[in-house]
Design a protein around this ligand. Structure first.
Ligand code: 4AD
Ligand code: MG
Length: 503
């Protein structure tokens, strides 16, 4: 606050026809003869400020004409309600104070490549796109905490330096802990199980690390995961908890971030459908779908849609390229150039999908019972449903050592993945835990884990073992699905990927 009249843009509705001061940054400026339009952003929103020549000193008026994007400034003026204006209000300016001018801001309204934007993430934060994603992420995180806090769960902060392998020995980040090898946590689950035997219902929520071998749009090496763990629960109970939880997160985002969702081009009607019950499939049923006629038909249909999408995109590109040749104002030229960049990257993506379609069809048709579902298999199942799908009872050999075997069919475990619809794939993985001491010890041996490291974990099966289970939800994947972002790297402030850590 620089003076008593300073207000935030999202509060302008309470100050219509009053004089206020806004403090922020110049998002965009446009001059048209004796009037200038400055779009100012202040962290809460955008506001168009109208500066008429004569209302402020001539020298300042001229200075504003050349003021660079992202210069900081405070502006004073009268608030006018205006439906057509960004944010629904504009300011009729009576005074401007430049705080610090900026020149040559690298991220201009023209389109930039993703590599450039990641290198400039510290500035890209200020873009509408990243700002909106950050706002939705804030709501998702708040909804996660609220859901568990309001439902009788106790927060347990599990360690980041760990001695046990939580998920998978091949994706550990080892650290040299004063001469002893430890690793960064892959999951808080094992520690959380110990806490569940004390509190009944617990959750942990924090950063998680995986030295992922795969470089995909779904994988980060550092991501955030929330994990509930419940004593005395079965698989049906877990599925119910998971569908209520995800429905609650989506409901909160729809409530708090509708305008951000609109800016991001999210699929709001899809989100409005997210209510329990979700679909339930066993792994065996999922394999039947993948290898049967349904998946084949679905992929053929998708291929023909992609081909017609390709034609429309190519036609639009040709049209714009032709327009580009003609005489026109600079802003129009920039607009066409920006649209062309977007269309060409959309076309490249359509081409990749056309190329991948037969590969995915082959992978699906050749799928054999016993393998874990791959990314493309998940995508197919997920695209065939309009709400999230639970896939349960995976083959034991494809899954982690701690999962409880189904006593009626020992080949499978009592686990589940939740696949988000529209091709986003897995956002939750969870299971009932093996609660029998001997069976768990056998699994530790089978997987080549050191039993002495798991002594304490096995103890939980010695002293009042109970049926229990839980799951983990990845924040970035959930956010990517909700916000319709293709790549999860946009869904964390400073992404860490296998191939590159930018800043
Ligand atoms: O399925 P995962 O590996 O399950 C566990 O870690 C269990 N121990 C959780 C539990 O039962 N308490 O991971 C859970 C979720 C995935 O569904 C996904 O959303 C996310 O964590 N995830 C990743 N997100 C981004 N980048 C990665 N490399 C991820 N790996 C997993
Ligand atoms: Mg998983």
């Amino acid at each position: 606050m620089t003076n008593n009249n300073t207000v935030y843009i999202d509060q302008l509705k309470h100050h219509v026809e009053k004089e206020v001061t806004l403090a922020g940054w110049l998002y965009r400026g446009r001059a048209s003869g004796k009037v200038q339009f400055l779009i100012v952003r202040d962290g809460t929103g955008l506001c168009q400020c109208v500066v008429e020549k004569g209302k402020i000193a001539d020298e300042l008026f001229d200075q504003l004409k050349h003021l660079g994007q992202e210069s900081s400034l405070s502006v004073t003026g009268t608030v006018r309600a205006d439906e057509r204006s960004v944010g629904g209000h504009e300011l009729a300016i009576t005074g401007v104070q430049i705080v610090a001018p900026a020149e040559g801001y690298p991220i201009t309204p023209k389109a930039h490549g993703i590599d450039f934007l990641l290198k400039h993430r510290h500035l890209h934060f200020r873009s509408q796109q990243q700002w909106c994603i950050g706002k939705v992420r804030h709501t998702v995180v708040d909804a996660i905490r609220r859901f568990y806090n309001d439902n009788g769960f106790t927060l347990i902060d599990t360690p980041i330096f760990t001695t046990v392998v939580g998920e998978d020995q091949t994706s550990l980040f080892e650290v040299d802990y004063f001469g002893n090898p430890l690793h960064l946590t892959q999951t808080g689950q094992l520690y959380l199980e110990s806490a569940a035997m004390s509190y009944g219902r617990v959750y942990c929520f924090g950063p998680t690390f995986r030295a992922e071998k795969s470089k995909t749009r779904r994988h980060l090496t550092e991501f955030w995961m929330v994990e509930p763990e419940v004593a005395f629960i079965d698989l049906d109970g877990l599925l119910e908890l998971a569908e209520n939880f995800v429905s609650y997160i989506v409901e909160r985002v729809l409530q708090d971030n509708r305008s951000e969702l609109e800016t991001l081009g999210a699929d709001i009607p899809m989100l409005e459908r997210i209510k329990p019950p979700f679909y339930r499939l066993t792994y065996t049923e999922a394999v039947d779908i993948l290898t049967g006629p349904k998946a084949k038909e679905f992929l053929a249909q998708e291929l023909s849609e992609l081909q017609s999408e390709k034609q429309t995109t190519e036609a639009r590109i040709a049209e714009l390229e032709q327009q580009q040749g003609g005489q026109m104002k600079q802003w129009k030229k920039d607009k066409i150039a920006a649209e062309l960049i977007d269309l060409r990257s959309a076309l490249a993506e359509i081409d990749t999908r056309i190329e991948n379609n037969p590969k995915h069809a082959r992978l699906a048709a050749d799928f054999r019972w016993g393998k874990d579902l791959g990314g493309s298999d998940e995508t197919i199942i997920s695209k065939m449903h309009d709400k999230p799908v639970f896939v349960t009872h995976y083959p034991k050999a494809a899954k982690a050592f701690y999962m409880k075997s189904d006593r009626e069919d020992e080949r499978v475990v009592e686990n589940f993945d939740m696949l988000a619809p529209a091709g986003f794939g897995e956002i939750i993985g969870g299971s009932v835990r093996e609660d029998d001491y001997d069976r768990l010890l056998a699994r530790v041996h089978d997987q080549g884990l050191k039993p002495e490291t798991y002594d304490w974990y096995l103890d939980l099966r010695k002293y009042g073992s109970v049926p229990h289970g839980g799951f983990g939800l990845g924040v970035e994947r959930t956010l990517a699905w909700i916000a319709s972002e293709k790549h999860i790297r946009q869904c964390i402030p400073f992404p860490r990927m296998r191939d590159k850590v930018y800043i």
